[in-house]
Ligand binder design. Structure first.
Ligand SMILES: Cc1cc2nc3c(=O)[nH]c(=O)nc-3n(C[C@H](O)[C@H](O)[C@H](O)COP(=O)(O)OP(=O)(O)OC[C@H]3O[C@@H](n4cnc5c(N)ncnc54)[C@H](O)[C@@H]3O)c2cc1C
Length: 432
């Protein structure tokens, strides 16, 4: 059963709602992609730009999942970087540090060039603060700042001390921050819808309201195919890009990623004076905690505020009630502000946080699991998958060679393990 979009701020401010047909009958393409979020749509665009014939089969609407519900912050925070460094050293040797550093920023360039090339309107703004919620977080920020300077990024970065903070935010809760002018924030749903239009303009077929029921893997004689209730797409290769929302291929996919629910609110529009008072440089912000608060001002002057994470995989029933105390603690000026939208979305959490790329059979691939940091990463992974599906496997192989913990048992049990693990790390964080 297909579902309509959630009642998010993003849904209410769509530029052009998508209206792609439901899959009926048989279609034949080079590559079939399951899932129309950033991963599926951008891989389709990468391939369409190379001249491949592609179909995207989406259960609901383009960007219906995490892509149309997130915080909109495009940052250089790469989930799983330390685990990646350790594991990828085996394949990349001494090049690993530079490879990972470049990965941090590669998504920014893909996104900005795509916005420019295809004229996508998505309220793009530059500037971000990574804030110290506790004094001990400053050591982490100082190390990150030093690495940035050593890598030649000093023109984009500034390390802020507590005394500098009033020039940036009207709050007394932070002990300092990294101000990063390269990081961005944007309307994630409008970006993905624009990318989908770009892909279609190059020949991609998108099918909405078409949940994939199963994949036939094919054999040496037959190519694989993707099946829905009303149709079938035969392809030379298939990419499964359903992230935390799909339930396909359970025997092989169970226990690899875990859905974790995150909630967001958007306030009633603020006046220009209020925006100027609380966030005069119009920056996106998140703090250093494991379960962090993140916020930014939208294109129409609302404070979009997210936080908390339900590692049980069950969304909260009262997101506004949960987030209001943190919002008002951050900006006392906004005490009692109206909340116009509240919604939640599912992130795909990986135990070691390294994005998962792999194969279910010779011609059926998957790409998933950005652990809540997926706007830039999904664009990078799409570039890598676009190359892999067109026969250039080098970067794909580097990711696919990483080993992942697979939690045995049911999905429910896996989420309980994850919740327990997070509880332990949160306890450690309190002691820091
Ligand atoms: C609350 C929240 C806040 C976030 N904030 C940020 C942020 O500020 N910055 C950041 O970088 N990242 C953020 N993220 C993460 C980011 O949004 C995701 O990593 C990214 O959007 C994942 O894209 P995707 O295409 O892989 O998955 P999704 O966008 O989830 O897309 C998967 C798609 O597959 C479809 N699908 C599933 N099953 C089937 C099926 N059987 N047949 C057909 N289609 C199917 C779904 O309908 C869905 O549209 C956030 C995520 C959440 C949930």
């Amino acid at each position: 059963m297909s579902e309509p979009r959630c009642q998010a701020y993003y849904t209410a401010t769509i530029n052009n709602e998508s209206n792609y047909p439901t899959l009926h009958g048989d279609v034949e393409v080079d590559v079939a992609i399951i899932g129309g979020g950033f991963t599926g749509i951008n891989t389709s665009l990468e391939l369409a730009e190379k001249g491949f014939k592609v179909a995207v089969i989406e259960a609901n609407k383009v960007a219906w999942g995490a892509t149309g519900r997130n915080g909109g912050q495009v940052t250089g925070s790469l989930s799983g970087d330390e685990a990646m460094r350790k594991q990828m050293r085996k394949t990349l040797g001494t090049d690993v540090d530079q490879f990972i550093w470049n990965l941090r920023w590669r998504g920014h360039d893909i996104i900005t060039s795509r916005i420019e090339k295809y004229g996508i309107e998505c309220d793009l703004k530059y500037g971000h603060l990574h804030t110290a919620y506790k004094p001990s977080h400053m050591r982490e920020l100082e190390a990150s700042y030093a690495e940035g300077v050593q890598q030649g990024m000093s023109e984009h970065l500034r390390l802020l001390q507590a005394k500098d903070m009033p020039d940036f935010l009207e709050t007394s809760i932070y002990h300092g921050a990294i101000y990063n002018r390269k990081n961005m924030h944007l309307h994630s749903l409008n970006l993905c819808l624009g990318e989908a239009q770009a892909s279609v303009s190059l020949g991609t077929q998108i099918f909405e309201n078409s949940p994939v029921t199963h994949i036939s893997h094919g054999d040496t004689q037959n190519s694989p195919s993707v099946h829905t209730a009303l149709g079938k797409v035969r392809a030379k290769r298939v990419l499964l890009a359903g992230n935390a929302y799909h339930r396909l291929e359970r025997p092989k996919m169970r226990g690899k990623i875990f859905p974790c629910a995150g909630g967001l609110v958007a306030t009633a529009p603020l006046t220009d004076a209020e925006v100027h008072a609380i966030n005069p440089k119009d920056l996106a912000v998140y703090d250093c905690r494991l379960v962090l608060d993140y916020y930014r001002i939208t294109g129409d002057n609302r404070l979009l505020f997210g936080g908390g994470a339900h590692y049980s995989g069950k969304p909260s029933r009262d997101i506004a009630g949960e987030l209001r105390p943190a919002l008002e603690k951050t900006f006392p000026r906004l005490k009692g502000i109206g909340i116009d939208f509240q919604w939640s979305g599912m992130m795909g959490i990986v135990v070691n946080r390294i994005p998962q790329l792999g194969q279910l059979s010779d011609n059926v691939f998957y790409a998933q699991g950005y652990s809540g940091h997926g706007i830039a990463t999904s664009h990078i992974i799409s570039e890598i998958m676009g190359k892999a599906l067109s026969g250039h496997m080098e970067e794909y192989d580097t990711f696919a060679a990483c080993s992942h913990v697979r939690i045995p048992g049911s999905e429910w049990l896996g989420n309980q393990f994850l919740a327990l693990g997070m509880w332990y790390y949160l306890l450690l964080e309190r002691l820091r």
